[in-house]
Write a protein that binds this ligand. Sequence first.
Ligand code: EPS
Length: 345
Amino acid sequence: MLRYLTAGESHGPALVAILEGIPANLALSADDINRDLARRQQGYGRGDRMKIEQDKVEITSGVRNGKTIGSPIAIRIINRSTEFFGKSITQLRPGHADLAGALKYNQKDVRNILERSSARETAAKVAVGVICKKLLSEYKINFFGKVVQIGGATKEKDWQKAIDEAREKGDTLGGVFEITVTGVPVGLGSHVQRDRCLDGKLAQAIMAIQAVKGVEIGLGFEQASLPGSKVHDEIFYDKEKGFYHKTNNAGGIEGGMSNGEPIIIRAAVKPIATLKKPLKSVDLVSKKPAEAFVERSDVCAVEPAVVVGEAAVAIELATAFLEKFSGDSLEDISAAHKAYLARII
Ligand code: EPS
């Protein structure tokens, strides 16, 4: 079983994660992880925090001589920007976890909520996701993420302008990103029980990313207005490649299982909740009207969200892959995978 936990506050000493269930003998280095950590730090619209941080991972367990050994993999990413950690806040930000978190956890200092709810946590998730991607790449499963929309702009040439305009107004923007995964074998997930449906698991993982408010797979919401003849992907057979479809409106998933076509999943990201020109709000302690709290933040974080989305999808697909081809070493998993592919042709 693959499982993981992250811990760490945005301006605390470090972010950490433990990932258990990765088989032995997978080649893994800090550099493998650092590449995606650097990708996550980029993107037009990022704030000044990214000029301070140079996210690098330290692998503190589970790897010896450049290979996994089957024990839990622990990682740590040091936070350079810790200057806000001691500062108390009481003005609630609409759109963030501030209000619900402060009431739920009985806190008078919103800092105790925002430090953990910050999207900074996604650095640890990306580190875990890279390890899962690395495992899946052994089986020719590859990830391609991209931005498809920023604010209302669907053309790349308009994105920077939209972000610049939002910045000038003291505003923020969200958008849509898309993750495509190729090489996924037929039969990950299952139709037999709701908590084994692959699309359900992917939707949960994507929705659990900070700021994501919508998910669709394949044609998604568009298919609700189309007849079946325009939606369902016809089935063909070829002696070399086996069963296949010429279209992929299902986004690679039918009946809660991968169907052998690329998995295509899109997510809607809401605009960042910290606005330079603050919205009306209330002070948590005095309960009097107050402007929302303003601290350093990003104008738009859809580009980094692509990298986080890839990680979230990779973690779910690796979990489903290891359920199907379970084994404690890479060699055992490869044998099960090879035998299965030979059977289904
Ligand atoms: C982030 C770090 C944060 C923000 C952003 C993402 O750093 P700071 O709050 O110190 O500027 O830039 O967090 C949020 C968007 C949020 O809502 O909390 C990061 O490392 O990705």
